[in-house]
Design a protein around this ligand. Structure first.
Ligand SMILES: Cc1cc2nc3c(=O)[nH]c(=O)nc-3n(C[C@H](O)[C@H](O)[C@H](O)COP(=O)(O)OP(=O)(O)OC[C@H]3O[C@@H](n4cnc5c(N)ncnc54)[C@H](O)[C@@H]3O)c2cc1C
Length: 383
């Protein structure tokens, strides 16, 4: 059962999504629009620093609460949900967990209020799934580092002002360090904006580093500490991103139920046809199964237990479930589902990204098997 606080946060996110995101969702997709003022409103509602302890200016809510917000946003506008995830989890949560008090005091207030938008840059043109193969190099020069190389596919790249950037500081694969890079830093620039199949209102771009000078004070943790830092937050990232998949599938189910009850063929609503019923029943059942897995994983993380296998399984199942739900919704809508007059084609395009971002489905399967082999099957997250 959700706690009173979790219900309240979900209600706040639902109200915001209905009032602010729903009227703009189709246009955001069509025009690749992005509205920074929506982030400021989220900031005023306490949603941007959702997992950050109150002593650092956040809301101090748990992982399940953050997942519920993703779900509410994903149900209405998955693009906004993705940009919100990159900001509030990949950047803000990451900084809150891993930085010093001084860095928190310097960077968190503007990110939590929405005055500045954040992102996280790990992926490079030659290093995606193999993130430890990254080549962006940070060389120490006096009390600064010079960063050279490029990142790609960075959510909020074109609009962000504060980025958590992973760079290589040694020749071993694990010699990685995380830096806080601000938009105005010398030698930093935003590269090509990337146009996508879905998630079109979540701006994505390359980031370019040419002798980009970053003070040693902007190292997160210590030099060479990048890998443990990545691992610290990955489970939370995968669990919360699964919330977006739940939201997309919920919207697909709602639209399918409504349309199939209204649309008549052969003089009866198409929901009377058993093959339509199968798609709707399966959509509901899979969504409920995914939701149970995702929420149980979030609760495990909230008990401060390790949930690497569970968060990979939650992310994997929820994302593939959401793509199936989008696909079935298009089928239920027939020709109309294939048009841009109805939102279901958008759900399917947006859902597909969930199988790729934050580690592909193949990578999640690899992690699940690695965990099973190393640690055994163990207890179920449902227990
Ligand atoms: C819209 C969008 C937003 C993103 N946002 C961010 C962001 O904010 N920050 C960030 O750092 N990154 C971001 N990414 C990058 C994303 O995390 C990567 O695209 C993803 O990790 C896959 O990397 P790749 O695209 O290089 O594919 P590749 O790694 O080249 O994979 C290609 C194919 O090979 C498969 N494959 C690779 N290795 C294996 C293996 N060992 N076993 C089996 N199959 C394998 C993959 O599963 C995939 O099917 C984003 C991507 C997109 C599309």
């Amino acid at each position: 059962m959700l706690t009173e606080e979790q219900r309240l946060i979900r209600e706040t996110a639902r109200k915001f999504a209905q009032q602010e995101l729903l009227p703009k969702a189709a246009e955001i997709d069509e025009t690749e629009g992005f509205y920074p003022e929506q982030f400021k409103k989220m900031g005023r509602l306490g949603l941007l620093g959702i997992t950050v302890p109150e002593k650092w200016g956040g809301t101090g809510a748990d992982v399940l609460s953050a997942t519920l917000v993703m779900e509410e946003f994903g149900r209405v506008c998955a693009s906004t949900a993705l940009s919100y995830l990159a900001h509030s989890i990949l950047c803000v949560h990451n900084l809150a967990v891993n930085t010093s008090d001084e860095q928190r005091a310097k960077y968190l207030p503007a990110l939590i209020s929405g005055e500045k938008i954040g992102g996280m840059a790990m992926t490079e043109p030659g290093a995606g799934s193999d993130s430890l193969g990254m080549r962006l190099k940070a060389e120490k020069k006096g009390d600064s580092y010079l960063l050279n190389g490029e990142k790609t596919f960075i959510t909020n790249g074109p609009v962000g002002e504060t980025f958590v950037v992973y760079a290589r500081t040694g020749s071993q694969r694990t010699n990685l360090t995380s830096f806080i890079v601000e938009k105005g830093f010398e030698g930093f620039s935003v590269g090509k904006k990337i146009h996508k199949l879905g998630m079109r209102g979540s701006p994505t771009s390359e980031l370019i580093f040419k002798d980009c000078k970053v003070s040693a004070q902007n190292i997160v943790g210590k030099e060479g500490g990048g890998v443990p830092m990545m691992m610290n937050t990955l489970d939370v990232e995968r669990t919360t991103i699964a919330g977006i998949s739940l939201g997309i599938a919920q919207a697909a189910l709602e639209q399918s139920l409504k349309y199939s009850s209204e649309r008549k063929q052969f003089e009866e609503p198409i929901i009377e046809f058993q093959m339509i019923q199968k798609m709707i029943a399966d959509m509901h059942t899979e969504l409920e199964a995914a939701r149970a897995l995702v929420y149980a994983t979030a609760r495990k993380l909230d008990r401060k237990e390790r949930a690497t296998r569970e968060s990979s399984a939650a992310k994997l199942y929820a994302s593939e479930m959401a793509t199936r739900a989008g696909n079935w919704a298009i089928q239920i809508f027939g020709g109309y589902g294939y048009t841009r007059e109805f939102p279901v084609e958008r759900y399917w395009r947006d859902a597909k990204l969930m199988e790729i971002g934050a580690g592909t489905s193949e990578v999640q399967r690899k992690i699940i098997v690695r965990e099973l082999r190393e640690k055994g099957i163990g207890a179920s997250v449902a227990e």
